[in-house]
Each structure stands twice: as C-alpha cells, then as structure tokens.
Write a new protein. Structure first.
Length: 338
C-alpha cells in the first residue's frame, strides 16, 4: 500500500512538472492609438526580428487599435484590453470614474520640453485671425478624442487665454483627417503628430500658434496602464513582455537598424518610408525612454494642470506616486541588461 501511494505521488509530481512545462503563453491585449508613435503597433509586427526573446513563449501580444485614451478607459473597464496606452487624464478617469484599481507601469511617449525633442504643434488658418490663446474663443478645434493628451493641451491653451473648456468647440476625428480639415477650413485649429507636420508647416495659409510646451510645460503624454488584478495574476508574463518592449525601443533607435526599422514603420502605417525617414526615432520625434521609465513628476504636472484647466474637479485629483508601479520595468531591465 505504501509503495502504491509513493508511486501515485511520483506520478502526480511528474504530471505537475509536465503541465508546468507545457503551460500555454499568457495572452496580453495591448491598446494603442497611432503609429509610429505608439510602439505596440510595431513591436510585434515582425516576429523574425531578434529583440523578441519571450514572445509566443511566455506571452502572446495582441495589439488593439483605439481612437484615443478615452476609448481605452471604457475598454479597460469592460475587460476588453489588458494594458492601455493612455493620457494621465484618462488614467485618473479609470480610478475616479470607472472605479478601477489601476497602476502606471511604463512610458509610451512624453514631452520633456528640453528643446531636444518633439513638442506637438498646433496650427490655425490665417483666415481664422487666431494669434493668441484668447483668440481661441468660439473656434472649432480638432482633437482625436476626449480625455486624450491632445485634448489636454487644448484645455491648457484655452486656460492660458482666460477661457473655459466650453469656450471653444472640440471636434473629434482621426489624426490623419486633421490636415485636410484644417486646410479646407472645416476646423480653425489642429494639433499635428510629427508625420503630419510637413504639409501644415509648408502651407502658406496656415500658421503655428502654440505647442505642448508653451501651453503646458513638461508632461507625460501617453503611459502604459494596467489593473492591479491583472498585474498580480500575470506578473511574470508582463515582465517578459516589457523586457521585449525595452529591447524593441532600443532596436528601433539603433542607427544600425534604421533601414529595416523604416521598412517596419512603412509596413505598419501603409505609408511610404519617406514620410517618416526625416524624423522618426530621432530627436525630432516624441521622447521615448529606452527603459520605459516616466518621471512621476511629469504625471503629476499633467494631473495638476487638468484641475487648473477644469478638466478634473479638485476632489478627483490624486498623487501620482501612489499609483505607479515600476517594479515590472525594473525587473524587465534586469532581464535585458543582466
């Protein structure tokens, strides 16, 4: 009898080891909005590239495109996405309005206002007569979505002009549509991602009126956000995914990979590489931290601004340091650097 019990225990142990070894990779759905700004759209596009060490082994990444940050708040609350790419304002909404227990786990894009990287410019038609922040009153302003980083800059600009959030009309649309809508006079102001700057800055009928830095100062533009429940349940898989993301950021910035990188960007965006070659993954582009770190103070600056610009009620504010968890990217960096 004793011999049978031992044999059964040994068999159970063997089964457990085998089961563990053959465990299915964790599926992780990652939200993104625009390419090539958000890395998720490109990181897992070509799995033959050498930086994807863990992909399809411990995790499977599923990038999902959204119109903007606000839409990802809804998706996160509905369990339709696991990691969201969102502005600090949208992040606050996940906690204060959606009632989620969320954490910032890494950086997507930020604007340090150090004169060495891109600050999103906002252009107006000369016919609109807009020259100052105060002139935005009563105008139509293109944004990608409510609660986005783009929307936040518009709110800051209105506040700088002594205006409230309802003193201008925000018109939601895709970033690509903002160029023709401004040129055709369907909106008075548009804010442009790096790839859309050339056609507006070279248009004699348009004029730059402000940018993120003149309206807000240093801010966290877009961050990686996940619920604490998902982090706790999938910590190892998340670390592996973030390690691959760190490898990807470094690979995309490496001059030795520039030609191949441009091929990937062109393939993902379905646009010629020449549209991006002058700026993408250079100092003319948004700033991306190679270790996925974002200073909590940048997040706090943005949240404090949202209260000042009446996009958040004072009681909805929070202390960013209480809602960040960089232990994942710290573990991921150790995995990458050894």
């Amino acid at each position: 009898m004793k011999r049978i019990v031992v044999a059964a225990a040994a068999a159970a142990f063997a089964f457990g080891v085998a089961g563990s070894a053959s465990a299915e990779p964790t599926n992780i759905r990652i939200g993104w909005n625009q390419a090539p700004g958000h890395m998720a759209s490109m990181t897992w596009h070509d799995k033959s590239l050498g930086y994807l060490v863990n992909s399809d082994k411990t995790y499977i990444a599923e990038p999902i495109r959204f119109q903007g940050s606000g839409h990802q708040v809804t998706a996160l609350a509905a369990g339709q996405v696991d990691i969201a790419a969102m502005s600090p304002l949208a992040f606050v909404s996940t906690i204060r309005k959606a009632g989620l227990n969320t954490r910032v786990i890494g950086d997507v894009l930020h604007t340090p206002c150090d004169g060495k990287s891109f600050a999103q410019p906002y252009y107006a038609t000369k016919a609109s007569g807009i020259k100052t922040f105060a002139d935005l009153k009563g105008k139509k302003i293109a944004i990608n979505s409510r609660g986005s980083a783009h929307d936040m800059t518009v709110a800051a600009a209105l506040a700088k002009g002594g205006l409230g959030p309802r003193d201008a009309t925000r018109v939601e649309m895709k970033f690509a549509a903002m160029v023709p809508f401004l040129q055709e006079g369907k909106v008075d102001v548009g804010g442009y991602l790096p790839q859309f700057v050339p056609p507006v800055e070279n248009d004699p009928n348009l004029v730059k009126i402000f940018d993120t830095c003149t309206a807000q100062g240093p801010v966290a533009s877009v961050m990686l956000v996940a619920t604490q429940e998902f982090i706790d349940a999938n910590r190892d898989a998340l670390i592996d995914l973030l390690a691959d993301q760190i490898r990807a950021v470094r690979w995309f910035y490496d001059p030795a990979n520039r030609e191949k990188m441009l091929e990937v960007v062109a393939d993902v965006t379905k646009a010629p590489a020449s549209n991006f070659s002058d700026y993408v993954f250079t100092d003319k582009d948004y700033r991306r931290n190679p270790d996925l770190y974002i200073a909590p103070q940048f997040i706090q600056n943005t949240i404090d601004g949202a209260v000042e610009f009446e996009m958040l009620k004072p009681e909805e504010s929070l202390q960013a340091v209480d809602y960040v968890d960089f232990s994942l990217i710290e573990a991921a960096k150790k995995q990458v650097d050894g």
